[in-house]
Design a protein around this ligand. Structure first.
Ligand SMILES: NC(=O)c1ccc[n+]([C@@H]2O[C@H](COP(=O)([O-])OP(=O)(O)OC[C@H]3O[C@@H](n4cnc5c(N)ncnc54)[C@H](O)[C@@H]3O)[C@@H](O)[C@H]2O)c1
Length: 430
């Protein structure tokens, strides 16, 4: 391992692609890695682990959840993540992927655990990142590469992971252990394609770590791999999700203004976007998921005074479920004891994931108002025992909160039947 150690030649710490010979040495070290351990087997970690296994790496997946381990041991991966069915069939036939509760020695450790916010003060909860890091420390060896993929406040890799590794193991980051931050950009629903093809940023705590990370990820990914330092990579990830959140907030705020003016926002948006330099996003009922609705708060936590636009955007998007409820109640104010059918409950179209779902908030708010509510989502097992036509039976209002294609098809192709089963045929697609 020491052939590539920076301690052999302190000048090598400035190594980058302008020193091809040195880069080659580091690349050779990355190519020698064969054992990969992925800590956290969720939306990001499981496909990542399977992708390495598909490329003949010996992969250990680690998760603290018995449910997650049980799903893998009972081969239920395809039920939980239909888009991973093919990869799972191939990997389970090969036998080079195992899942367990504790990390074992490996060449590379990828950390893909959740980073939620504390509800009370909207600060980042790094406890799972700390726990995952602590779990690999007993098995870390000189020459290992550690890549953090969880979305974190800028500075976490160098200020949290590095000191933990050095204090507990006595190994030096940058000399014995190589440490990177490399964020994931996958879109749930299109994970397998995007994991392979998206461009990706790799931020090493040292230039050598960046080369190791880039070479390793380049063995299984085909997108462009862009190298920078750890804090820049962390900053970019937050900035990407903040960009989305702020732009969605603008669309949502304009949709509220359009309502006030009696303007149809759908028509207006089409006209607005004919401007060659404008691309107004589609407004909706809010922002969900555990990324866009969460990550901008990490910036706010770090610098409240300089994040007025970012924090206001979060508040605008968080208010949308309440605004949606007001619109629904106004639409049925002439009906006594209205029955409302809410269709589409996940946090966005075509995914069966309800984390931070604004639609679920709409459901809760309407129920709190004492409204008779029926719920339906074809992508969520607990809400899909019926059909849309059945769910809408005797309803006075059908609100499509999230436009899964399976819902929109019924509205388009079976409109007469839908109207017939409803008590009052009022349908609105948000
Ligand atoms: N899902 C996405 O599309 C996406 C995209 C980009 C970035 N991210 C980021 O990636 C990270 C992971 O997200 P996810 O969606 O995969 O989360 P997830 O909740 O789907 O999965 C995380 C897994 O980690 C496990 N876990 C928690 N603590 C652990 C520990 N100490 N040791 C081992 N396992 C542990 C959980 O049991 C869970 O199975 C988050 O920081 C998220 O913001 C997610």
């Amino acid at each position: 391992m020491n052939v590539c150690s920076v301690t052999d030649n302190p000048e090598i710490v400035v190594v980058n692609d302008s020193h091809p010979a040195v880069s080659e040495n580091w690349a050779a070290l990355a190519l020698s890695y064969r054992r990969v351990c992925v800590v956290g087997l969720g939306y990001v970690g499981l496909p990542t682990a399977l992708l390495f296994a598909l490329h003949d790496y010996s992969v250990q997946g680690v998760d603290v959840s018995e449910r997650v381990l049980g799903n893998i041991q009972n081969s239920k991966v395809g039920d939980v993540y239909p888009e991973l069915s093919d990869w799972w069939s191939e990997v389970s036939a090969e036998g080079n992927f195992q899942a367990s509760a504790k990390p074992e020695p490996a060449d590379v450790f990828l950390i893909t655990v959740p980073t939620p916010i504390h509800d009370a003060d909207k600060t980042c909860d790094l406890s799972m990142v700390r726990a995952a890091t602590a779990s690999i420390l007993p098995v870390l060896k000189p020459g290992n590469l550690v890549i953090l993929e969880s979305t974190v406040p800028p500075g976490t890799t160098r200020n949290v992971l590095k000191p933990m590794i050095e204090a507990e193991t006595g190994l030096r980051v940058g000399e014995d252990i190589h440490l990177c931050f490399s964020p994931e950009r996958v879109l749930p629903g299109n994970t397998t394609y995007e994991l392979i093809h998206n461009d990706r940023v790799i931020g090493g705590t040292t230039p050598e770590a960046s080369i190791l990370g880039r070479t390793l990820l380049g063995q299984v990914m085909q997108g462009q791999l862009h190298v920078t330092n750890d804090i820049t990579a962390e900053f970019c990830k937050l900035a990407e999700n903040t960009f989305r959140d702020v732009n969605i907030a603008l669309a949502n705020e304009l949709s509220i203004l359009a309502d006030e003016y009696g303007v149809d926002i759908t028509e207006a948006r089409e006209l607005i976007n004919m401007h060659p330099r404008v691309n107004l996003l589609k407004p909706g009922i809010g922002v969900g998921g555990h990324c866009i609705a969460v990550d901008p708060w990490f910036f706010v936590e770090a610098s409240p005074i300089n994040t007025r636009l970012i924090s206001t955007s979060r508040l605008v998007n968080d208010r949308m479920p309440e605004y949606t409820v007001q619109k629904i109640l106004t639409a049925v104010q002439d009906i006594q004891n209205p029955k409302i059918c809410l269709a589409g409950l996940s946090y966005k179209p075509e995914v069966g994931d309800t984390r931070e779902s604004p639609a679920m908030r709409v459901v809760a708010l309407l129920k709190a108002e004492g409204i008779d509510v029926v719920t339906f989502d074809p992508l969520l097992p607990e809400y899909s025992e019926t059909t849309l036509l059945h769910a809408a039976k005797n309803a006075d209002y059908l609100a499509v909160l999230v436009g899964h294609s399976a819902i929109l098809e019924v509205i388009r192709d079976q409109e007469p039947e839908l109207h017939q089963v409803m008590r009052t045929p009022r349908v609105h697609v948000f």
